[in-house]
Design a protein around this ligand. Sequence first.
Ligand code: IPM
Ligand code: MG
Length: 366
Amino acid sequence: MAIPSFQIATIKGDGIGIDVTDATIAVIDAAQNRVGGFSLDYRQILAGAGYYRETGLDIEENGEEMAGAADAIFLGAIGLPSVRYEDGTEISPHLRLRDRFQLYAGIRPIKAYPNIPRKLSDERAAAIDMIILRESTEGLFYSAAAHNRCPVENDDEVQDTLRITRKTTEKLHDFAFNMARKRKEKGSRGLVTCVDKANVFKSMAFFRKIFDERSQAFPDIEKGYNYVDAQALDLIRKPWDFDILVMENMFGDILSDLAGGLVGGMGMAACGEIGDHHGLFQPAHGTAPDIMGQDKANPLAAILSGSLMLEYLADKTGVQALSDAAEIISDAIHSGFSQNTIRPAELGGDMGTRAVTQEIIRLIHS
Ligand code: IPM
Ligand code: MG
């Protein structure tokens, strides 16, 4: 029988996006060699701020179609503060991909690994293990995703729109509850917290109403509520109490950085953006132009996103080898931290991008 092969559309992007994508591909290759049973075919798509500066396009012609035709999309990071569209915002074709492929479920795992210097002194911080589920197509990003949706835009006033639709919100909450079930089987608490601002905004009361409606189908899952400002406080005060936090796009953008800081930094912040038919995987960090090309970037956020991508492909296709490869990668990272052989510079350690990558590959083969 022929080995199943999958196409990965790869957008390296700008700055450290390039380094961490290369690191991820090397690690996935190692896992694939170890497990066998599938192959991946990477197709590069040119996009980003550097590409825009050279060509006037933020993604190559037909790039979005090529991304859509692949089995999954992997993205490094895009954007350079010095390169902007005429409206003053940074180059972000990625937002259009989220919109075009309706990648509503933005999964951002926040997990404390052993031996990482902790920002919180409380012992319980060692047990942080939660998911920020960031709606990723509408909310306050609705008018940002496609650059012609601003209801008012002149030189006296600019408005952005926060849009919450029933259709997307139902899918989002279902996704949250289903994920809570899956995690509960593996020992998590089985709790979904709706993070909103339903005390003030009608759109947020609507978001919460749909949360309550959808929760009916999941009596085995606990539910909770938190206003977003209180949630920011609780992420510092008792982050170990949460399991899945489901929220609007902009809230998720902000809180996922905060939460990333609790477990080391943005170099640990993985992300998978999933829709009904497509999945895009990217580290949640930016391009860090200040350290690009210096072998300083922590590749783990990207590598963990790569592992999420393999899991997604396994779910989508039923090919068990993909899931095995995902597990081998996350196990390698876990044991590297436990044995203190993974010490990224970002976390005060002595290892650059290449050394961390090589160590993970060594662990995969050992
Ligand atoms: C993220 C990033 C992006 C976002 C930027 C780079 C467009 O901050 O993935 O969190 O705002 O969504
Ligand atoms: Mg962000």
